[in-house]
Design a protein around this ligand. Structure first.
Ligand code: UGA
Length: 437
């Protein structure tokens, strides 16, 4: 099929490459000329395992190209809208400017029977509003909503073999013409058995925000348990293992630590609350305010624990922060808890050095006042305390004996509860976890 992908950020660049991998002819369109040029040269503008290899592979087939000219969409049958919906400045609501612009820009180029497929995470009601614009077009076109559930760091495999497809169409009917079109796009993963649910438009939009809210709630739940474990002298990691064995609960997403960040969960739960308010259903989501508050409290807690670890004062203490990305296998620092903690510590008088295998450039752009060091070994030198804040494999594998010979003082705060506390203590370290005795 001939496919256009509008917006080549995280979602769009991966989606475009994966659609070409599935055998389609794909044109990726973005207003950012630099991004277009990078992608056209098979260079991913962000770190995502496997993406550059995939870009090279599919570009060699001639099935994938990139442009900043929206009129290139005129030969496509299917148009995926993959632009961002960031949080508005000073408000909880999502900024719909890019989605609205993308759909409006596509309108003059829609062919008879074309399908506009929204993938961006949007406030419920957006699809119905946009479908009016698309459906009243001459020649007739359709709009559907097909939310994306990919995780950064696993974006390629999540796109090629997702857990499920959700197709939102206007009447929620399997017989809708757009359903057949999207079935053709996803023919390979559908044949491989990926479940697909056809819903009405608002349900499809809500599935996405509900899923992210559930994940955020799970993380904040276990972080709340970590607060209790701290107060009671219990161990949240064992607690998570024990409750996780109940398969109604499950162990995944029960890792207590410094909390969730990134470009999705924090802004999505806030936008969800804002939208519920507009719909007069704000009470239904007041619990998300608490989820957000528990999450933000983690950052303050880590700053306080670091102060304790340093003997009561942060002034002049050399703190090394291991990890800047919001999670491993990503160079994304949007709302990264690690970086926000690093910045807080510096504000409170510590001398902070941040290291990360992939995210330093992005981190330096966001917080130029922090000191960055590429080499882990150099970052460790003369440290008065180490803070492990993003659980990259390299940091999981740190040798406590070797590290002890490099630092000034053997103190470590394990913000992700992934180190073996017994081993680190045996090597002479003062070890602190979060919610661990
Ligand atoms: C999240 C969802 O997991 C995806 O399903 C969704 O498609 C995506 O948002 C999106 O809306 O685009 P992502 O932001 O890539 O994906 O990251 P996650 O793997 O969900 O991690 C989010 C944050 O939670 C990270 O900061 C991570 O460190 C933290 N986390 C995760 C925990 O603190 N504890 C856990 O047990 C799991």
């Amino acid at each position: 099929m001939r496919i256009s992908v509008v917006g080549c950020g995280y979602l769009g660049a991966v989606h475009a490459a994966c659609m070409a991998k599935l055998g389609h002819d794909v044109i990726g369109i973005d207003v950012d000329e630099r991004k277009v040029q990078a992608l056209a040269a098979a260079a991913a503008p962000f770190f995502e395992p496997g993406l550059e290899e995939l870009l090279r592979e599919v570009q060699a087939t001639g099935r994938l190209s990139f442009t900043s000219d929206i009129s290139a969409a005129s030969t496509s049958d299917v148009h995926f809208v993959c632009v961002g919906t960031p949080q508005k400045k000073g408000e909880n609501a999502a900024d719909m400017k890019y989605v609205d612009e993308a759909v409006n820009a596509l309108l003059p180029y829609l062919r008879e029977g074309a399908v506009v497929v929204g993938k961006s995470t949007v406030p419920v009601g957006t699809a119905a509003r946009l479908s009016v614009l698309v459906e009243r077009q001459e020649p007739a076109a359709h709009l559907m909503w097909n939310p994306e559930f990919l995780r950064e760091g696993h974006a390629v495999s999540d796109t090629l073999s997702p857990d499920r497809f959700v197709y939102g169409v206007e009447n929620g009917s399997e017989e809708h013409a757009a359903v057949r079109v999207l079935d053709e796009v996803y023919a390979l993963p559908l044949e491989a058995g990926t479940p697909r649910l056809v819903t009405d438009l608002p349900t499809a939009e809500l599935v996405k925000t509900a899923a992210n809210s559930f994940l955020a709630t799970k993380i904040s739940f276990i972080n709340a348990m970590a607060e209790l474990c701290d107060a009671a002298g219990a161990d949240v990691t064992v607690l998570a293992d024990a409750i996780g064995l109940d398969d109604r609960i499950g162990r995944k997403f029960l890792n207590a630590g410094i909390g969730f960040g990134g470009g999705c969960l924090p802004k999505d739960i806030r936008a969800f609350m804002a939208r519920a308010g507009e719909l007069g259903a704000d009470q239904a989501l007041t619990f998300l305010r608490e989820v957000d508050a528990i999450n933000m409290r983690r950052r303050t807690r880590v700053v306080e624990l670091t102060r304790e670890l340093c003997g009561g004062s942060l002034l002049g203490q050399r703190i090394t922060v291991l990890g800047a990305a919001f999670k491993p296998e990503s160079d994304d620092v949007r709302d990264s808890p690690a970086l926000s903690i690093a910045a807080q510590l510096q504000l409170q008088g510590a001398v902070v050095t941040v290291t990360d295998p992939e995210a330093l450039q992005n981190a330096a752009r966001r917080f130029p006042e922090l000191h960055y060091e590429e080499s882990t070994e150099l970052a460790l030198q003369r440290a008065d305390a180490l803070l492990l804040l993003t659980e990259w494999q390299e940091y999981r594998e740190l040798d406590p004996y070797e590290a002890a010979n490099i630092v000034s003082a053997t103190r470590i705060l394990d913000g992700r509860n992934i180190l073996d506390a017994t081993k680190w203590r045996a090597a002479g370290w003062t070890y602190r976890g979060l919610g661990r005795p």
